[in-house]
Design a protein. Sequence first.
Lengths: 323, 323, 323, 323, 323, 323
Amino acid sequence: MQTIPFLRKSGSAPFTDRGIKKAGQLLRQWAGEEVKGVAIAGAPLSKTSISHSGAHLSPQTIRMMMQSFSTYSIEEETDMWDYIITDFGDIEMHVTDLFESQTRIFSALRDIQDQHKDAVVITLGGDHSVSAGAIKAFQETRGRVGIIQFDAHFDLRNTEDGGPSNGTPFRQLIENGVIHGNQLIQIGIRDFSNGRLYHDYAKDQGVTVHTMGDIKRDGLLSLLQKSVDQLKQTTDNIYLSLDMDVLDQAYAPGCPAIGPGGLDSHSLIEGIQWLAQDPSVKGMDIVEIDPTLDFRNMTSRLAAYIIMQFTLFYNKREGGTTK
Amino acid sequence: MQTIPFLRKSGSAPFTDRGIKKAGQLLRQWAGEEVKGVAIAGAPLSKTSISHSGAHLSPQTIRMMMQSFSTYSIEEETDMWDYIITDFGDIEMHVTDLFESQTRIFSALRDIQDQHKDAVVITLGGDHSVSAGAIKAFQETRGRVGIIQFDAHFDLRNTEDGGPSNGTPFRQLIENGVIHGNQLIQIGIRDFSNGRLYHDYAKDQGVTVHTMGDIKRDGLLSLLQKSVDQLKQTTDNIYLSLDMDVLDQAYAPGCPAIGPGGLDSHSLIEGIQWLAQDPSVKGMDIVEIDPTLDFRNMTSRLAAYIIMQFTLFYNKREGGTTK
Amino acid sequence: MQTIPFLRKSGSAPFTDRGIKKAGQLLRQWAGEEVKGVAIAGAPLSKTSISHSGAHLSPQTIRMMMQSFSTYSIEEETDMWDYIITDFGDIEMHVTDLFESQTRIFSALRDIQDQHKDAVVITLGGDHSVSAGAIKAFQETRGRVGIIQFDAHFDLRNTEDGGPSNGTPFRQLIENGVIHGNQLIQIGIRDFSNGRLYHDYAKDQGVTVHTMGDIKRDGLLSLLQKSVDQLKQTTDNIYLSLDMDVLDQAYAPGCPAIGPGGLDSHSLIEGIQWLAQDPSVKGMDIVEIDPTLDFRNMTSRLAAYIIMQFTLFYNKREGGTTK
Amino acid sequence: MQTIPFLRKSGSAPFTDRGIKKAGQLLRQWAGEEVKGVAIAGAPLSKTSISHSGAHLSPQTIRMMMQSFSTYSIEEETDMWDYIITDFGDIEMHVTDLFESQTRIFSALRDIQDQHKDAVVITLGGDHSVSAGAIKAFQETRGRVGIIQFDAHFDLRNTEDGGPSNGTPFRQLIENGVIHGNQLIQIGIRDFSNGRLYHDYAKDQGVTVHTMGDIKRDGLLSLLQKSVDQLKQTTDNIYLSLDMDVLDQAYAPGCPAIGPGGLDSHSLIEGIQWLAQDPSVKGMDIVEIDPTLDFRNMTSRLAAYIIMQFTLFYNKREGGTTK
Amino acid sequence: MQTIPFLRKSGSAPFTDRGIKKAGQLLRQWAGEEVKGVAIAGAPLSKTSISHSGAHLSPQTIRMMMQSFSTYSIEEETDMWDYIITDFGDIEMHVTDLFESQTRIFSALRDIQDQHKDAVVITLGGDHSVSAGAIKAFQETRGRVGIIQFDAHFDLRNTEDGGPSNGTPFRQLIENGVIHGNQLIQIGIRDFSNGRLYHDYAKDQGVTVHTMGDIKRDGLLSLLQKSVDQLKQTTDNIYLSLDMDVLDQAYAPGCPAIGPGGLDSHSLIEGIQWLAQDPSVKGMDIVEIDPTLDFRNMTSRLAAYIIMQFTLFYNKREGGTTK
Amino acid sequence: MQTIPFLRKSGSAPFTDRGIKKAGQLLRQWAGEEVKGVAIAGAPLSKTSISHSGAHLSPQTIRMMMQSFSTYSIEEETDMWDYIITDFGDIEMHVTDLFESQTRIFSALRDIQDQHKDAVVITLGGDHSVSAGAIKAFQETRGRVGIIQFDAHFDLRNTEDGGPSNGTPFRQLIENGVIHGNQLIQIGIRDFSNGRLYHDYAKDQGVTVHTMGDIKRDGLLSLLQKSVDQLKQTTDNIYLSLDMDVLDQAYAPGCPAIGPGGLDSHSLIEGIQWLAQDPSVKGMDIVEIDPTLDFRNMTSRLAAYIIMQFTLFYNKREGGTTK
C-alpha cells in the first residue's frame, strides 16, 4: 500500500505535540465492549423545551471542547492519559414524535446501565427534560436514587399545560411514582425564576430546596455535605443533575435561561470535585447548554472541564478504567 | 381623567410623521368580525423541522418588518392606507405534542376560511410542514386546489423515517388523498437539493416540476402563465406555497436551507405581483424563514414586502377591504 | 361573535403555564388612574450622549426582559402577583431638538409625581443626561433630595464644551442651583475614568465621593448605611441614580462605557435590596444600557431583576399596590 | 538621531509592496493649501436621523476602506498614484445642539468651496440631513444647482413633526427657497418606502421622480442622460446626492433603511462613471451608511470604490490634480 | 457483542432519510488504494497571507458544507450516489516554518498525482499561495500546464518584499521557470485591486488578462471558449485556479479580499460546468475562503456546490469512478 | 494660510472636554529622542501560534483602548497628564519568514533597551512566542533576569514538533542557555491546560510553579511577595510576562485559549500594582489577546488599564518622565 508523506486524514488534529495529550482523546467510541468507570452518552433532545433551544447541539459541542483541554491535572499531579472515558455516542431522536424520543432516552440509558454495572454514565443533554428518563433508568439499574439537582429552577411544573417538557422532569418522576419527593434535593434555586405554586408543591412532596441565599449564607460545600448525608439515609446511590443555569449569566452565557444572581463557576467546580469523591455518586447529567447562543462555547468549555474534574476525582476514588 | 403631555404608551411608535403611514398599521387584530380580502395568520411551528429551526419566530418578525414599510406604492400610485389586512393572530402550538400542533393548524385555518368565505388568508410559517394542514383546510373551504409551490426542494419525502416534517407536506397531501399529483406545480427546484427517489415519485404522481434551469431558459413569468393555465383546467382555485429558500442565498440569507443557484428577489416579486392579479389565486403561505439566522431580518423584510405587493395587486383586482 | 379554537392574539405569550406568572405581567399600562407604589417611566433619550449610544432602546428592552422573570421570590417566599407596577409608558422625544427632549423629561416626570404623591417612579433611561430633569422633577414634588449615585464616573463635566450631555447631569443640577453638592453622594467612582478637574469640582462643591477602593476596603453595605445616615440629616427623601457602568464589564457588558475594576452584580443587588427597605428612598433611575452593544441583553436582564428586587422590598416596607 | 531597524510608526501599514499603492494614500490631509480637483470632507452627523443611526461613523470607515483598494484601474489602464484627493477632514459636530451642527456643515462647506473654486468636494455623511447644508453651500459657491438624487425615498417630509432630519433635506431646500422643485431629479424611488402626501408634494413642486420601475423599463444610463440634459437647461452645475439605500439590501447591507426591490451595485457604479465624465458635475455627497450595522463594511467598501471611480473619470475629463 | 437500540456513533448524522443521500457521503477517505476520477486534497495554509486569514480552515468547512447538498442533479437527472470522490485528507502544515509547509504541498500533490495518473485532484486552499506548489506538481505529473485563473487579482507580486505569499504564486511559477507567461490566462481582474507594475509584468511575460469589463462585454462563456482554444495550442492539460474573490462581495462574503464589481455566482457556476466538460481540464484548486469571516458559510457552500457541479460534468465526460 | 472653522483632521477625537485627558494622549510617538520611564513597543507576531490567532492585532487595539481611559487616578489622586509614555511603534514583521520576524523582535528590543537605559519597555504581543526574544533582549541590556510569568500554561513545549511557537518561549530561553530554570517563576498554571512531560521538565530545570490552587490557598499578593524575594537573591532585575489567559474566561474573553478556573481581573490588577512598586521590576510584556475573538475589546481594555496602573505606580516609585 502506498503512503504519502504529510497526508493526514481529514478531521484529525492539524498539529500534534508529543508532550500534550488532548482530553478529547480519552473518549473511546463504544464498540460493544464491557464498560467500567466514567462514560458519556448524548441525549440530544431540545424540541421539548418551552422556549426555542439548540441544546440538542451540546453533546457534540462538549466533545469538541474536550479537545481544548489536556489530560494532565497539575493540582493533583495526575495525568489521565492512561484512562479512558467511554463514549456511547448519541441516542437517536425522532424528528417529530417527541414522546418516542423521550422513551428512547430512557430505554437506551437503561440498557447501557443494565449491561454495564460498573459504568458511571454522564448523560449530556439536551434540555432538562432528558433527566426524567435518565433518572428513571438510573434507579432501575442502580437502586433507589438520591438526586442532587443544581438548578435555578424547580423544574416541577405541571405536565397538563405543555406535556413533558424541560420544565417538568422532576414533577414527572414524582407523579409517575418513580421517586418520592424526599429523594430530591435542589440547590441554587433563585428569585423570580419560579412559581409559588411549585414551591408549595415541592414542600408538599418533601423536596429539599436550598436557594442561592442559602448558598451565600452557608457555603456550597457545607450544603453538599448535608445533602449527601441526608440522601444516604434513604437512598442507595446519588445522581447529580446539573442544569448549567444554576450559574450566574457572567459564567454560563450559553444557557437558554440566563440571569443574574447565580453561582460562580469556581464554586461549582469545587462542589463537583467534592461530590465526585463520594462513593455514593454513581450518575450525572449536564443539561441546558445552547451552543447557538453561547459566546465562544464558554459554557460547553466549562461542561467539558467539569467532566474532566469529575473523572479525575472519580478515578482517584475508584481507580478508573485504564486502556 | 388626567393626561400628561408627551407620554405615549410603551411599545407605540417613537415618532409619527403625518405624511407617512406604516404598512404594519394596516394590520387589524381580528376581534370576531366578518373578514374580507387579504388576511394573515401565524402558524409558528418549526419543531417539525428536520434540522434545528427558529422559523416559528417568523410570523412575529414579519409583522415587525411591516413597520419598516409604508402604505404607498409609487409604481401604482396607490395608497393602501384605507385598506385593512386582518391579522387573525397566531395558532397556539403545543409544547411537546407536534401532531396536536399540526391538527390545530389545519382546524384553525379551516375554521377561519369556513367562516370567512371572502378572506384570502396568507399563512405565515413556521416551516414548510404547516402547508400540509393549510392546503387541506384551503381545499375543504375553497374547492379543489391547484398549488404553485416556489421551492428549491420537492418536499415529497417519505413520512416513515421522521413523521410529518418540513420535508413531507406535499407527500402527505398526496398520500392522504387530499390532492392528486396533477394539482401540484413546483417551481425553482434545484440541483443537489433533492433525492432522485422523490423525483421519481413526483413523476409517478403527475406532479409538474420546473427547475431553476427551466426558469433560466423560459423566464419565470412565462412558466407562471403556463402553470396557471394548466391548473385552471382541473382545479377551482390556486394556492401559492412560497418557501423562501427558492431564492438564492444572496437574497434570502435567513432561510434554514440556504444555497447558491437560486432565484433573485426581483424575479420573485414580479412573479407574485403577476399571480396576485389572477382571480383564481385565493390562498398563500410564506414559510422557512428563521429570524435567528438572518442578517438584519432581510428575509422577513422581503416577506413583508411580498405581502404588501400581493395585497396591492389583489386589491386592484378585487377592490380590497377598506376601513 | 365567532371564536376559533387555539387562535391567540399576535404578540401574546406563545405558552402559558398555570403555575408561573411573568414579572412583565405586573406592568399595568397607565390609563389615567391614581397611582401608588412602584411605577416605571421611560426616558428614551441618548442622542445627548458624548459617544454613540443606543441607550434610548433600553426602556423597551427592560420591559421585555421582565418577561423572562417570574413574580415569585423564593428568598422572601413572596409572590408579587397580586401587586402591580404602573407603566407610565415612554416620554416622547423630539427627533432633532434635544433641549426640548430634556424639557419634556423634566415636565412629564414632574407632572407624574405631582399628580401621584404616593408613586415611587423608576425612570428608565436613556443615558445619564436624563437624571438632570428626573432629579429636578423629584425634588419639586418630593421635597429636598438626597442623591445616591452609583457610577464609575462623576458626571460633573462642564456644560460649555458640549451642552447638557450624559457627562453633565449632576453639574447641571448644582450649577442651576437645583441641588447643593452636599446633597450628592457618589459611589463606585473608578480610576482612569474621570478628570482631576472634576474631582476638584466635587470637593469644592461638597460632593461626597466613595471610590471602588473605598468599597473594597469598607464594603458596599457599610458605605450605603453611612450615606443614608448622612443624607437624612439635610434632605427629605433619597433618590437613587443607578448608572449601570458602576459594574465591572464582566457583569454589565452592555454599558456604553464598559471597563474593568468595577462592582460585581451580587453586591449591587444586595445594595439595592437594602436601600429599598429604607423609608426615605422615594425615587430611582436606571441608565446607560445600550441594548445594541449588549450580549443576550444581560445588562437589561439585570436591570429588570433590580426593578423586581426593589419592588419586592419596597412593598415589604410600604405594603405595595395590589390589583 | 538614533534609528532602530524594523521599527515602524504605530498605525502605519504593516506591509508595503513596492508594486502596489493603496488608494487611501491618495488622500492628502489638507494643510491650508489651495485645492483643485476631487476632495472629501466628512459631515459626521447622524443624531438627526429619525431612527437610531451610526452613520456619523462612516467618513472614517470609508477612509479606512480606501486602504483596501489600490490606485490602479485596469479597465482604463490608468494609475492614479500621481494624483491626490484632498482630505479636508471632518466638520466638528456639537454634542447636543444639532441645529448648530447643521449650521457648521453649511458654513464649513461654503468656506471650503468658496476658497477653492476648482475643488469638487465629495461630502461624506452622516445621514441624509447633511445634504441640506451641503447643497446650499454648493449653490452659493458654484451657481444654480441641479440635483440628481439617488434614493429609495423622497426625503421630502414636513419639518414640523421632527425638525430638520434625515427625512427632510430636499423639503428644507425647497421651503427655504434655496432651490425650486425643478432643480431636483430623484432616481430609484421605491414602493412602500414613501408617503403619498410627499409624492403629491413632489409633483406640486415640479420635482422629477424616476422610480425603480422606471429604471427597470428604461435603464439607468438612459434616465441619467435624460436627467443631465434636463437639468442643464435651467441650472449651472450638477450635484449628485447619493443615498446608498437606493441599492437593494443584497448590495448595501449597511444602510439604516435597507429593503428589497432596489438597484444593483454594478448599475450604480456604471451610472457614477458616466456622470463623472460630464463637465457639469461639480459636487457630490454619499450618505446613509451605518458601519455598526454593515457586514464586513461592504457598504463603505462600495462607497470607497465609487469615490475612486468618480475620481478616475473626473480626472480623465479635467486632468486631475497631481502631486 | 451487545448492541443497544437507537445509539448512534457521535458525529454521525442525526437523521437519515432513505431517499436522500448527502453529497458529503461521496467523499471516501483515501486508504492507499488506486484512485481515478475526481479527488480532493486539503492544503490548509494561510499563514502565508499578506493580511490575517483563516483560509486554512476552509478544507474542513467545505467538506462539512458538502453535507448540506444531496447527490442528485435534477437538471441532468443524474444521481451521483454510485460515484465516489476520493478524499486524500489534508497536507500537514508546519507550525512555524512556512517554506517547509509550501514544500510539503508541492511534494504531497506531486506524489498523489504521480501515483494516481487518472485522478483529477481539486486542491482546497488555504490561500492562493498554495497554487504555486499545486501547479508545479500538476505539470510535473500531467504535462505542460495551461492555467485558467479566476481572480480579481493578478497574484503576480514580487517575492522580495514578503517572500512567497498569497500575492505571488504565478510570479513564482514564471520566475522559477515552471511556466512561461503564455501558459496563464487570468479572468475577472478588477479595478483598484492591482498594481500597474504587475500589469506591465503580465504583459511583458505574455500573460493573457481578461478583466471584469471584458466579461461584461463578451460574456464569460465566450471568453472561456477562447481561453481553452488558446491554451490547447501550446499546452497539454488545463488547470483551473479558482480564487473565490473573483466573485462580487454580495455572492462571496467570506473571501479575505472582498469588494464590489465582481462576478455573480450563477455565471461562475455556468463557467465551471462548461469547463468540466472539456477533456483537457485535469486539475483545479479552490482558494481564499476564510470561514471565520463568512456569513453562514455561504462561500464554502458555493465551493462545495462547485465541486459537485464539476464532478457531475467531469463524470459525464469520463464516466466517473463508481463504488 | 487659510483656516476654516470647525474643520478637524480626520482621525482626531470628535469631541474634546477641557477637563478630561485621554490616557491614549500620554503616548508620544518616538522620534529618535532619549527615553526614560515607561514605554511601549508592539511585537505584532501571531503566525507563530499553534492555533489560528489574530493576536498580532492587539498592539493597535490596546493603543485604541487607551483612548477609552482618562489620565486621572482617583484612588491615588494623581493625574498622569504631565507624564509621557513613549510609543516606539511596532516592529515590522516579515510576511512569510517567521524566524526572521522573531529575530527582528529580539534585535529591535535589544537596540531600544541598549540605547535607552532608563526605559522600562512594555512589549505588546502578539502571541507568547514574542517573549523569547523580548526576555533575551532584556537580559542582554538589563542584567540577569528574574521572570514572573502569569499564565495558565507552562509554555515549555519542545521545539522539535513545531519550531519556536507560542507554546515554547520559556523552553527556548532555557535550552538556548539564556536563562536557568531558577530564574523563572510561573503563576496561575491551571488543570487540564498542560502536559505532565512539561511539568517534569519544569521541575527538572528548577522552575518554580504556582498553580491556581496555590493562589486560592495563599493569595496572589503573598505569592508575589515570595516570588520577588526569591528572584532577588539570584537575579538583577525582574521581568513580568503577562499572558492574559491567566485570567478566567469570564474576565478575558478575548484570549485564544480561554477556559474556566482562572484568575479574576481584580486580583490581577492588584498584583500588577504591587509589582510596579518594586524597584527591581524593569520590563514587561502583555500577550495573547486576539481582538477578532474578543467581546467589545474587553481584554484589550483590561490590558490598557493594566498599562496605566503599572505606569501610575512605576512613576510613584521612580518619578516618571514628564513632558
